[in-house]
Design a binder for this molecule. Structure first.
Ligand SMILES: Cc1cc2nc3c(=O)[nH]c(=O)nc-3n(C[C@H](O)[C@H](O)[C@H](O)COP(=O)(O)O)c2cc1C
Length: 390
């Protein structure tokens, strides 16, 4: 167990141990700008002995937001994020941010038709009048990859220690990787190498802007979790491509938010809260009527992605970050035994930011998180929190 608390050098960045707080959408924003609550949340992670905490969902452009009041990376948000980075450093931690674009999965009516690899029906935004996405042209491709790179360098300059490019969970870059959403006939569609072309271009531009010695992580799906989606075989090929194109470490996850959202979470589906959070009567009704059929439930088991992740471990030498269901001392040992240098945690740290300290000092041996998943409902109610603790 002590080995989990040993230092690790991530492309020149010294991490005090092997633990990363993974990106979990905090919902701590006012008119699209980070609040003090967001800073406090990440400072609590640093104080709880997390080596690297990840701010979630930094949209790289206004049209990369799933809804209009979400944060995107620009001068005003950078001012606040700079203060957040300083506060995390003062608390003894390091800080990263997830850079992303939602693609077609948007109900942000401010920026016109959502972008995607192909024209796709938008289940999430059709009630807001955004029924179909626009297939991205060359200009869109250049603009968005450039925006990822500008966001990354601006965040580096604002004091961030690393960035994580989101290529998973059914967001834009994952939509390119998935044959389910990428039906292009040009060099950006078809074979897995072609589907990976745009995500790799994004990585190369980010690397070129931020320099050789900056940690650039990538969150990548092991699989989308449904037939016709991105597979584990695809993942192994893309992982090797990422390794050859300047990626520092891959955070392995899975699932596609618009289709298999609970594949990446496992555990209970908090349908009641999700219905209450619907923006209007129509949305609430759709969720109430179709939610039980649309949202598939997956049973929670500890380290639920470990078997798939081990397959990727066999094909790359670069640092890999295990994510998904790390719940106990025993799980941590299993992840390290399987050859993963680092691991990321979400819900155990939302439940208790002191989880790691308590494990290290022997106060507890496992998390008290029950995977009720009510924390996801809280994102839209003033900020994520565990509803099971006072
Ligand atoms: C409340 C909540 C919000 C999440 N938001 C994000 C997000 O913004 N970006 C992302 O990549 N994953 C997000 N996830 C998924 C987590 O990063 C992670 O994959 C998942 O929680 C499984 O890890 P765990 O078992 O340690 O919680 C979220 C998860 C939760 C519970």
């Amino acid at each position: 167990m002590q080995r989990a608390f040993e230092k690790f050098l991530l492309n020149g960045l010294e991490l005090k141990n092997r633990f990363i707080k993974t990106a979990t959408y905090e919902g701590m924003y006012e008119q699209g700008l980070p609040t003090q609550q967001l800073t406090d949340h990440h400072v609590a992670m640093a104080k709880g002995n997390v080596a690297l905490t990840t701010v979630s969902y930094g949209a790289v452009t206004p049209d990369g937001r799933t809804f209009k009041d979400q944060m995107y990376i620009h001068d005003k948000s950078l001012e606040k994020l700079e203060l957040l980075a300083k506060a995390v450093h003062n608390a003894g931690g390091k800080v990263s941010i997830q850079l992303t674009h939602c693609g077609y999965f948007s109900k942000n009516t401010e920026t016109g038709k959502p972008l995607a690899p192909s024209r796709i029906f938008n289940e999430y935004g059709f009630m807001s009048g955004l029924a179909f996405s626009k297939a991205m042209d060359r200009h869109d491709i250049e603009r968005i990859s450039g925006a990822f790179a500008s966001a990354a360098i601006n965040l580096k300059n604002a004091g961030f220690d690393a960035v994580e490019i989101h290529m998973g969970h059914g967001y834009l870059l994952s939509q390119f990787l998935s044959p389910w959403t990428n039906r292009r006939k040009d060099e950006y569609g078809g074979s897995v190498e072609n589907r990976a072309r745009f995500p790799i271009e994004v990585l190369r531009k980010v690397r070129a802007k931020t320099g050789a010695d900056f940690p650039v992580l990538v969150k990548l799906n092991l699989s989308d979790g449904f037939k016709g989606g991105f597979t584990l075989e695809d993942c192994k090929i893309v992982a090797s491509m990422l390794e050859q194109n300047g990626c520092t470490a891959i955070v392995l996850s899975g699932g596609f938010t618009s289709k298999t959202p609970f594949y990446l979470l496992r555990g209970d589906v908090p349908l009641k809260g999700m219905i209450q959070n619907g923006e209007n009567v129509a949305e609430k009704l759709t969720m109430a009527l179709f939610g039980p059929f649309m949202i598939k439930k997956y049973e929670f088991t500890p380290v639920f992605f470990l078997n798939q992740a081990k397959e990727v471990r066999k094909v790359v030498k670069m640092p890999l970050v295990y994510l998904g269901g790390v719940n106990s001392k025993q799980d941590i040992e299993m992840v390290l035994d399987a050859g993963f240098e680092l691991m990321a945690l979400g819900r155990p740290l939302i439940h208790d930011p002191q989880f790691l300290t308590k494990l290290q000092t022997g106060q507890i041996t496992e998390s008290g998180c029950t995977r009720c998943n009510k924390c996801i409902v809280e994102m839209d109610r003033g900020g994520i929190r565990c509803t099971e603790v006072s």
